[in-house]
Every structure is written in C-alpha cells, then in structure tokens.
Design a protein. Structure first.
Length: 207
C-alpha cells in the first residue's frame, strides 16, 4: 500500500548495543515493506493494564539484514531469549537488525523526551564473543548465586534460575520461566569486569 504506513506485531531481542533484532519471514507483509523501504518505527511498552502510565518508547531506525559475521552470536542470543523460534530457523526466516536514528522515550504519563542514536546506543564491547562462555560458567557452577540475585535484586524466590544474556548494563535471568532483568551498578566492558560485578553482587546478596 504505497504511501501508507503498515503496523505489525513482531518479537525482538536487543543485541549487545541495544539494537532490536527481529527474526521475520520472507512471506510476511512487513518483510516485503522493509525491502521496499527500510525505514521504520518500532513501538514497545511495559505489559500493564494502564499503558498510558507505563514506560514505553518508539524506536525510529532502518532495518538491515544481520551480516554473516554476526549471525552466529545473534542466532544464539535470540534463541536463548525466545526458545520457541528455534523451529523457524530452518524455514524462510531471516534476522534483521534495526540501526537507530532517533528514539522517543516516554518514562511515564505526561513525560517524553527525544534521544539521539549516539546517546541511546551502548558502548562497543567484546561481550558478544564472551557471552556464551560467561553464561555456561554461571549456569553450570553458580546456580545458587543466580537464585540469590533473583531474591535480593529482583524480589523473586526462584526454584530454578538460568542466566540467558549479559550486556554492559546488566544481565537477564529466566527465573522459573519468567525473564528477570538485573542491572549492574556501573557499566562493564569485558568478561573480567562482568566477573568483578557478579562477585560484588554476590557479596551484597550474602549480607
């Protein structure tokens, strides 16, 4: 529909720099539109009964196929967050990353601000390459610590806690099937800094 915007529901996972990544079918109307005109907006909100009072944002950017050199880490991270999409990987689905142009952030009712791409994007780190190893180590050797993080920082008593992703600002844990975000006190730039931050957090949780 030339000159008409087309809205659609999609799932997405952010990469290490905060850029949304989508796994979408070649048959989908929104994929056809991206090929015709790659500029788009992505709106997201907290799940709540009062959307107007909830934090939300509109992300303006340009959708591009994830380059081959990033596909392996992109695929692994995406499936950890959204395991049900694994069955799509053998079909006509492809990963698209949305490069930011500008973000409209609305932290609550009657509050809004424009954020530039430079101010939004996380700093470039080497965590994408180290992420898988960090997750394997934490999930294999520190299950008790993960449950403690959920309890003292997330307010959740989890029977099972699995770390599914880590970035410069924090990490995500699937606590009894529900994703829980836990922030670091300050940004981390490499695997050693992640270890130090997790050790500090574990000490805090033991107090």
């Amino acid at each position: 529909m030339q000159d008409y915007p087309y809205a659609s529901f999609v799932e997405y996972v952010t990469d290490q720099m905060g850029r949304p990544v989508m796994l979408i079918s070649a048959l989908a109307e929104h994929t056809h539109n991206i090929h015709y005109h790659a500029k788009l907006s992505l709106a997201a909100s907290e799940a709540t009964s009062n959307v107007l009072a909830a934090p939300r944002f509109t992300y303006l950017g340009e959708a591009k196929l994830v380059p081959d050199e990033d596909l392996a880490t992109c695929r692994a991270r995406y499936v950890r967050y959204l395991p049900h999409v694994a069955e799509y990987l053998s079909l006509d689905f492809a990963f698209y990353r949305i490069e930011p142009h500008r973000i409209r952030s609305i932290p609550g009712f009657a509050a809004a601000v424009w954020v530039s791409a430079g101010d939004y994007l996380a700093v470039s780190t080497h965590l994408a390459e180290a992420e898988e190893g960090i997750l394997q180590h934490m999930n294999r050797d520190h299950a008790d610590a993960l449950r403690a993080y959920c309890r003292c920082r997330g307010g959740v008593e989890a029977h099972e806690a699995v770390m599914v992703g880590v970035d410069c600002d924090g990490f995500d844990v699937r606590a009894d099937g529900v994703l829980l975000r836990i922030d670091f006190d300050s940004p981390v730039l490499d695997a050693h800094a992640v270890r130090d931050a997790l050790v500090k957090l574990a000490e805090e949780c033991r107090k």
